[in-house]
Write a new protein. Structure first.
Length: 303
């Protein structure tokens, strides 16, 4: 969470973010790295840097090849830190006040067609034994409910033992929401539970996780899930570069909107705090519908 040898002011800031703002471990880790970068680059560190030094550090981020999104996050981390330092009386000025946010082009989320999703599921089903059942359950759950990969892999087994139609998911900021499970997802989970329980050695304690593994956290890791998806993509004839656990979440949202779902409903299902985050999927859905019209309408023609 805190970068090595971080000054006490940075430690206090990250503690405040965790306690008062309920920042996620991922956010705290990212902010810790961002502040460590600034601390190392600024002469005298964050507490001694003047406005010119902070602006020079920030201007150099682009030259180092960092993306606009990463630059924006580093700007946010440093600006929030200095506002905190002002409030604590550690500094009497804010040297980050003139940092402008980098311009970011609209980045549309990658997604998959319904046929490609079916291909992934067919490829996963073709695998022998428990490994295939596990992968089918993973893909079905991700696509049926739009879970983030951390939410999916962190599911506890008791949450599905009674074959629920909905899951209660704790997402970003500790906020809870309902995630629906359709019939095929529930069937896939039931099949996986039978195989999972049968594979457990007699008298061995049961893992609390739905997808247990030998990893440090005790459950399947995002990296391993991504590797399994890559192989299924190859087997299904889909470019693996277009497939990832998060792309299944994108497909969930895009296909709902294509089917006429209300944007506010999709926002709730995804657990987005701001509807602007959800609106990007409308561009994907509209682009795809326009392509269908161009390709399939009898009077469509190229301009």
């Amino acid at each position: 969470m805190t970068p090595p040898l971080a000054p006490p002011q940075v430690e206090a800031f990250l503690e405040m973010m965790a306690v008062e703002r309920d920042a996620s471990p991922h956010t705290l880790s990212a902010y810790g790295r961002d502040l460590a970068d600034a601390e190392a680059a600024l002469s005298g560190g964050l507490m001694q840097a003047d406005e010119a030094a902070v602006e020079a550090w920030y201007a150099g981020l682009g030259a180092r090849g960092l993306s606009a999104a990463t630059q924006a996050r580093r700007r946010s981390a440093v600006r929030q830190f200095y506002r905190f330092a002002l409030g604590e009386g550690w500094r009497t000025d804010d040297p980050s006040r003139r940092l402008d946010a980098p311009k970011q082009g609209r980045s549309l989320p990658r997604t998959l067609s319904r046929d490609e999703i079916e291909g992934l599921l067919a490829a996963a089903s073709a695998r022998d034994g428990a490994a295939g059942l596990r992968l089918v359950a993973l893909v079905e759950l991700a696509y049926a409910s739009g879970l983030r990969v951390s939410e999916l892999l962190g599911l506890r087994v008791e949450a599905v033992r009674r074959d629920p139609a909905f899951l209660i998911v704790r997402g970003k900021g500790g906020k809870e929401r309902l995630a629906p499970l359709n019939a095929s997802a529930r069937e896939a989970v039931r099949a996986w539970l039978i195989a999972r329980d049968a594979a457990r050695p007699e008298k061995a304690p049961d893992s609390p996780w739905l997808f247990p593994s030998s990893s440090a956290k005790g459950h399947l890791t995002p990296r391993r899930f991504a590797q399994l998806l890559d192989q299924s993509a190859v087997d299904a004839g889909v470019d693996p570069a277009r497939v990832s656990p998060h792309v299944l979440r994108h497909a969930f949202a895009t296909h709902l909107l294509e089917g006429g779902a209300d944007l506010r409903v999709v926002q709730t299902l995804l657990g987005h705090a701001d509807i602007a985050t959800t609106q990007i999927y409308t561009h994907v859905a509209v682009d795809r519908l326009a392509q269908v019209v161009r390709d399939k309408h009898p009077l469509a023609r190229d301009d």
